[in-house]
Design a protein around this ligand. Structure first.
Ligand SMILES: Cc1cc2nc3c(=O)[nH]c(=O)nc-3n(C[C@H](O)[C@H](O)[C@H](O)COP(=O)(O)OP(=O)(O)OC[C@H]3O[C@@H](n4cnc5c(N)ncnc54)[C@H](O)[C@@H]3O)c2cc1C
Length: 514
């Protein structure tokens, strides 16, 4: 018998107004079918997307839902984009176990999922006597976590590895497997494979209430008052997890967002380092780093600004924060001072007063899992955390797993982001499709063809930010000054919507006002 691929899941947007074509709109819960879902994951950050990816191998009806209008729009888009080895995690903790295992899986996984990834390595620099005294303990900690390839460096070796390291360095530790990744594509890739395997994805839908949480079949109520039923509910809502837990009476915990601010330097600065420069971490934070981005820039950050309870979306930057980043980065790399900054951003960590990586099964009712405090390493740990959660749902929530025979665990070759395999450089491709030769974003050399490909890609992204994260248009040196309108025009034409309805990140963020 010839095996056919499992039917693809549905991608729907709960989108009031004109910014999205009717065929993609979630107008009625009947569009999702009459049967309850086996698992509904609330939160399509990298954790929720990775869980959907892992569950999609099994014969289950799964729904991934997010209030934002793209996947990976929460903490998962505002991070340092490092795949950590776990050298500095607390030995024996769940975080340490998941991070160290994931760091070994990422090179093959990134290749399979077509996520740009580079094992550039890192050097941790001690710049005063007190920091130098802490190096041996950090080294021993790394060994205790099974990160055996770390090495204490002689000062001569520091110069060889990072010629621009400051003259006042007193000691250093090399962590060869610390790596950088495209954080946006990580969430997108997990979600695309889940979708291909039959997972339904609902975006723009905030879950504001949970009906019958104690019953075998629970009802999720969206802000548009649509209802979706499910047997198991996974709260992977990150900074929104407390509010969601309140909707079903979850046990107490407090989220105190910890904001991290970053500076993005121009690509001319990239040759200043060979890999990541790390300061000696403190118990509170990993400190301000200098990080080569996978896109060819240099990034400095993050800060660790503790924000009050109830400010989950405080991701704006501040003058004081950015100055602190500039000073911290210059301590590790003096030649960075004065280099042109092309942009800034901030993300907020899901810092929980009760601890990190808290997983509460049947909280407080059977069939509800609350995932809490995936704070500083969730991008790295997402694949192993997802495996751990699947097993936890089996052990604690009676989830039954039966493998589907016709699933995929990979994305096709054409899914490599265009900025990595430049279509405009391939004459044959340009001849075949002249749109690949029509450059719209001249900073990052993004062609009209790539923007159209992004709009037609499986999740059908419909916002400018979503197109930006897939193509790098609007992300270059001019930060969209030159290409914003041409990109918006392509979105409007391809989606058949008025130009005035094209949005930055969903309803309420239209570019033009009348
Ligand atoms: C400054 C900073 C630097 C970091 N650096 C690194 C790093 O270098 N390496 C690393 O591994 N990790 C890093 N992290 C951590 C990593 O980014 C996070 O651990 C990870 O992104 C958490 O993913 P998540 O899916 O749990 O949360 P999120 O990405 O925040 O996803 C939660 C989702 O839930 C949705 N949601 C919330 N409430 C609702 C609701 N009621 N209904 C529907 N949807 C809802 C939100 O819209 C959001 O999309 C960093 C984090 C920050 C902030």
């Amino acid at each position: 018998m010839k095996l056919t691929r499992a039917p693809q899941g549905k991608i729907l947007y709960d989108w009031p107004g004109e910014g999205c074509e009717t065929s993609l709109k979630f107008l009625d819960s009947a569009q999702l079918g009459p049967q309850p879902y086996d698992v509904a994951i609330v939160g399509a950050g990298v954790v929720g997307c990775a869980l959907a990816y892992k569950l999609s191998r099994f014969r289950l009806r799964t729904l991934l839902v997010d209030r934002n209008f793209d996947v990976g729009e929460g903490s998962s888009k505002g991070n340092s984009a490092i795949i950590h080895t776990g050298f500095d995690a607390a030995p024996g903790s769940l975080e340490s176990k998941l991070v160290t295992h994931a760091s070994r899986q990422w090179p093959a996984l990134a290749e399979k999922l077509k996520i740009p990834f580079e094992a550039c390595g890192a050097v941790l620099l001690a710049i005063d006597e007190e920091q130098e005294a802490r190096l041996p303990r950090i080294y021993q900690n790394a060994l205790a976590n099974g990160v055996e390839d770390v090495r204490l460096l002689a000062l001569r070796e520091v110069r060889e590895i990072e010629p621009n390291a400051p003259s006042y360095v007193r000691g250093a530790l090399q962590i060869p497997r610390e790596s950088i990744i495209d954080p946006f594509t990580a969430s997108i890739a997990f979600a695309e494979v889940a979708l291909a395997n039959g997972t339904d994805i609902l975006l723009g839908a905030s879950i504001v209430a949970v009906g019958n949480p104690e019953a075998a079949i629970k009802t999720l109520v969206t802000s548009s008052q649509n209802r979706v039923t499910t047997r198991l509910l996974v709260n992977a809502a990150g900074l929104g997890s407390r509010a969601l837990a309140d909707a079903y009476g979850g046990a107490p915990f407090d989220i105190n967002p910890r904001r991290g601010q970053f500076l993005i330097f121009d690509k001319f600065s990239r040759p200043l380092v060979n890999g990541i420069l790390l300061p000696v971490p403190t118990p509170l934070t990993k400190g301000v780093l200098v990080i080569p981005s996978i896109f060819g820039n240099l990034i400095a950050g993050p800060t660790a600004d503790d924000l009050p309870l109830g400010s989950p979306d405080a991701t704006w930057t501040t003058k004081a924060g950015l100055e602190a980043v500039g000073m911290g980065a210059a301590r590790l790399l003096p030649s960075l001072a004065g280099q042109p900054v092309i942009g800034t951003y901030a993300g907020a960590r899901c810092n929980c007063a009760q601890g990190s990586y808290l997983l509460r099964y049947n909280d407080p009712h059977p069939g509800i899992l609350t995932v809490i405090g995936i704070r500083s390493t969730g991008l790295t740990s997402s694949p192993t955390l997802a495996d751990h959660l699947v097993q936890g749902l089996v052990d604690n929530c009676l989830l039954k797993l039966e493998e589907k025979v016709d699933t995929t665990d990979s994305r096709p070759e054409c899914a490599w982001p265009g900025w990595r395999r430049r279509p405009y450089e391939d004459t044959a491709r340009v001849r075949q499709r002249p749109d690949y030769g029509r450059i719209i974003c001249t900073c990052e050399n993004v062609s009209r063809g790539e923007i159209i490909d992004a709009l037609e890609s499986p999740l059908k992204p419909r916002t400018l930010d979503a197109v930006k994260r897939r193509t790098r248009t609007l992300m270059g040196r001019c930060q969209g000054f030159g290409c914003l309108v041409p990109v918006a025009e392509i979105v409007a034409t391809q989606c058949g919507i008025p130009l005035a309805s094209v949005t930055k990140n969903g309803p309420g963020s239209a570019l033009l006002s009348s």
